[in-house]
Design a protein around this ligand. Sequence first.
Ligand SMILES: Nc1ncnc2c1ncn2[C@@H]1O[C@H](COP(=O)(O)OP(=O)(O)OP(=O)(O)O)[C@@H](O)[C@H]1O
Ligand SMILES: [Mg+2]
Length: 246
Amino acid sequence: MVLLRLENVTKRFGGLVAVNRVSLKINSGEFVGIVGPNGSGKTTLFNLISGVYFPDKGDVFFEGKNITRLPPYKRAPLGLGRTFQIPRPFGSATVRENVAVGAMFGSLGGKINVDESLELADQIIERIGLGEHRKKRASTLTAVEKKMMEIARALAMKPKLLLMDEAMAGMHPKDIDQTVSLIKQIAVEENIAIVAMVEHIMRAVLGMAEKVIVLHQGSKLVDAPTKEALEDSRVVEVYLGRPLEE
Ligand SMILES: Nc1ncnc2c1ncn2[C@@H]1O[C@H](COP(=O)(O)OP(=O)(O)OP(=O)(O)O)[C@@H](O)[C@H]1O
Ligand SMILES: [Mg+2]
């Protein structure tokens, strides 16, 4: 089943076309990696999907519903969760309170009370391996622990689609492998589709994605099963910085 569909989506910043007529489909439960060189439009594409930006042209559909101009707070309850490239925790709140916020504003928003949100947060924190930090203030966590908390917060939203914006950047390769397999387990159990922007961490793309979408200067260059995409000569050229043939 198609969960997310973008139709010819374009976003400009002044004269710059950050995302250029991008169309794509994400099926429910699918793992998709978005890659591309710096400035290729990955974060902008994420922001268009989550509603931080509205496109200048084109449409965004979630479960067949046109959400092109729906603000982010109205997308989260539909089942659209995300992490942020730079985690923005409530520093003075505890880890469990931060994660509970995800529960309250996600797809269960309005359906569970504060105690139930905290309970759900505890389960997810345990599952993600942050159990011992549960009652600590978020500001006392290390950078990697903050990233894990961010992932926990997004999972607490009980999303159908989880957008991960470099959620694992800065982690040790061993921790990335572990985190990827953990997230994959949880996603399979809960039928969560994941679109992960993994940029320089090709290793994580390979470990997680069934399909890879490669962006180049705002346009979709390749959209194919992972192995095929990474062997594509156009992708190799983009990463080696050679000029593209039309
Ligand atoms: N708010 C903004 N205002 C103006 N230009 C922007 C804005 N956000 C992004 N851009 C520009 O749009 C283009 C795409 O940026 P974007 O951040 O989406 O790329 P990216 O692929 O996420 O890059 P990175 O790998 O560096 O995170 C870049 O040229 C960038 O400078
Ligand atoms: Mg980015």
